[in-house]
Write a protein that binds this ligand. Sequence first.
Ligand SMILES: Cc1cc2nc3c(=O)[nH]c(=O)nc-3n(C[C@H](O)[C@H](O)[C@H](O)COP(=O)(O)O)c2cc1C
Length: 147
Amino acid sequence: MKAKIIYASQTGNTQEIVDVLKENLQDLNVEVDASECTVSSAAEFLNADLCIVATYTYGYGDLPDEIVPLFEELQGLDLSGKVFGTIGSGDMSYDDAYCKSVDDFAQVLLEAGAIKGAESVKIEFTPEGDDYQKIQEFAKELVAHIT
Ligand SMILES: Cc1cc2nc3c(=O)[nH]c(=O)nc-3n(C[C@H](O)[C@H](O)[C@H](O)COP(=O)(O)O)c2cc1C
C-alpha cells in the first residue's frame, strides 16, 4: 500500500506533523512518499492508494501561496477510487478561520472523486500531548479504509 503526502510548511510545524504521520503510516506497513508542495504535482496522487494533503493556513483563512497550484491542479483531476485525508497546523485565535485550508483541501479532494478516509485533523502549532494520538488514529483510520 502506498501513501503520497504533499505538504506546505513555512515555519516547520506542519513538517513536524508530516514526520509523525509518516512514521505512523510506516508502522502500519505503508510505503510513504512525502514531498513539499513546491516540488510536487497533484498527478503524483495517481500512483498512490492514499492521498494526503498537509498544510498550514495563512492570511485569514487563506491557502498558503505556494500550495495554490496544487489546489488548482486538483480541481481538474479524477481521483475516484483513491482514499484521502487532510491534516494541518493553525492558530485557534483565528476562530472560524482556524485551519481553514485543511477543510478547503478536503472539499476539493471530495470533488475530485476521492473517498474521505478519516476526519481531518487540525493541530494548533506543533504536535504535543494528545495530538500524537490523534495523528496515530488518523493514520489507522486511513489505512483501514484501504484494506
Ligand atoms: C500572517 C499569518 C496569518 C495566519 N493566518 C491563519 C489563519 O487564518 N488560520 C489559522 O488557523 N492559522 C493562521 N496562522 C497560523 C499558522 O497557520 C500557524 O502558525 C501554523 O502553525 C504555521 O505552520 P507551519 O509552521 O507549518 O508554517 C497565520 C499565521 C501568520 C503568520
